[in-house]
Design a protein around this ligand. Structure first.
Ligand code: PMP
Length: 415
């Protein structure tokens, strides 16, 4: 009988925790009503959503009304970016008496356009909507470069501020290299800088906490953010659910129009089981035993790295050793292609990836590594190994063994 694969790709997706699945089941079987319906089955579903909202809010230390459920982090990031920009553009164009937004955008001078600051190493679901807005002539954007470890300097973000900066979006942790950004410090530096100016436009600070939520404090007040993105399937909840925290008073236009669900902020019949599962996943993140597990995960990860580097001396670790998610290993393996290593390891029953799962199929060099100053060849030679809650020492040992033998095979002449 073949062994179960060793899964070491938890940054791409986590299995749903059995407790999240258990919480979901009644909403698939019995309480299947539409939460907008006034009858008993509809109201049961509605209660399920509202209880989940409270659990997500407890995880973020915010009020329930500040949580908007979405289909995942991609939608939450798009909602944050398009929502803020559209709202800013609409109110600006109203003052100009343009008959429509489309006409108005075409008339905007560069000095009038709203400005966005982000980093060059954000997830594509942040970068793509910003590039799209730029292409349409609606915004100006600054892409702050990280240092060689993948860290964004708070002063670089502040230096990029202009009187037109409507939004700053900096990720909490990177999906490929696991680097953790100093979000609270960036927020402080931004606020301090803005206090010295008399800009009319309020700058909104967004962070994509998709990869960070498993391991780091996501209290929005401590972080000093106005908007924050979460994804359920990265925190042991089901796929197809996510959330955007939007601080009370922050105005943003909806992406989806229709039935006015989520108080008009996200129309569409709610994914009730997904939302309930996500709520449970967030509640579990506050469980002290799960918090402790993430500390022991760091030790397991460090032992795994030590063993890999001892057997593959030419391998190099990418990113910060200190400011890094406890489950992330990112290796550059000179002389081979990361995709070939991933293929051979898969044949040996070990699931790893070359970087972000979303861009893996394109096989382009990672924009994260290029922005950090690596060459295309170096970027293509990388492999990401990400551990999870149930990863064991035996699994990391199997992973290192598979990595070493895959590299041997590639060095001997190919796949
Ligand atoms: N942001 C980050 C940092 C991610 O890692 C991902 C998923 N790889 C996303 C956004 C998109 O998440 P989702 O799959 O929930 O749309």
């Amino acid at each position: 009988m073949s062994k179960r694969p060793v899964y070491m790709d938890y940054a791409a997706a986590t299995p749903a925790d059995p407790r999240a699945l258990k919480a979901m089941m009644p909403f698939l079987k019995n309480s299947y009503g539409n939460p907008s319906s006034s009858h008993a089955l509809g109201q049961q579903a509605k209660v399920g959503i509202e209880k989940a909202r409270e659990k997500v809010a407890a995880f973020l230390s915010c009020s329930a009304g500040e949580v908007v459920f979405t289909s995942g982090a991609t939608e939450a990031n798009n909602l944050a970016i398009h929502g803020i920009l559209q709202s800013v553009l609409e109110s600006y164009l109203k003052t100009k008496n343009y008959p429509s937004i489309l006409l108005g955008v075409n008339q905007l001078k560069t000095s009038e356009k709203p400005h966005i600051i982000t980093s060059a190493i954000e997830h594509e679901s942040v970068l793509a909507p910003i590039r799209d807005l730029e292409k349409r002539g609606a915004v100006e954007a600054t892409y702050v470069l990280p240092d060689a470890e993948g860290l964004v300097r708070p002063s670089d973000v502040a230096d990029a501020l202009t009187p037109n900066t409507a939004l700053v979006s900096i990720q909490y942790a990177n999906s490929e290299i696991g680097t953790v950004q100093p979000i609270a410090e960036i927020s402080r530096v931004l606020r301090d800088f803005l206090k010295t100016k008399n800009y009319k436009l309020k700058t909104i600070f967004h962070t994509d906490a998709t990869q960070a939520a498993n391991y780091l404090d996501c209290s929005v007040e401590k972080l000093g953010v106005d908007l924050l993105t979460l994804s359920s399937h990265k925190i042991y909840g089901p796929k197809g659910a996510g959330a955007l925290y939007a601080k009370k008073g922050v105005e943003f236009s909806p992406l989806l129009l229709g039935g006015g669900q989520e108080e008009g902020r996200r129309s569409g019949t709610e994914n009730v089981p997904g939302i309930v599962g996500m709520g449970e996943a967030c509640a579990l993140l506050l469980d002290p035993r799960i918090r402790l597990r993430s500390i022991s995960l760091r030790q397991l990860r460090d032992r795994c790295v030590k063993s890999a580097l001892a057997r593959i001396p030419e391998a190099r670790i990418t990113g910060s050793v200190k400011n890094r998610l406890p489950n992330n290993i990112h290796l550059r393996l000179p002389g081979v292609q990361g995709k070939d290593v991933v293929f051979l390891m898969d044949q040996k029953g070990v699931c790893v990836s070359t970087g972000s799962a979303c861009s893996e199929s394109s096989q382009e060099a990672s924009h994260v590594l290029l922005a950090m100053g690596y060459s295309r060849e170096e970027a293509l030679s990388s492999v990401r190994i990400s551990l999870g809650r149930t990863t064991t020492a035996a699994e990391t040992a199997r992973c290192v063994k598979a990595l070493v033998s895959s590299l041997d095979r590639l060095k001997r002449g190919g796949i």
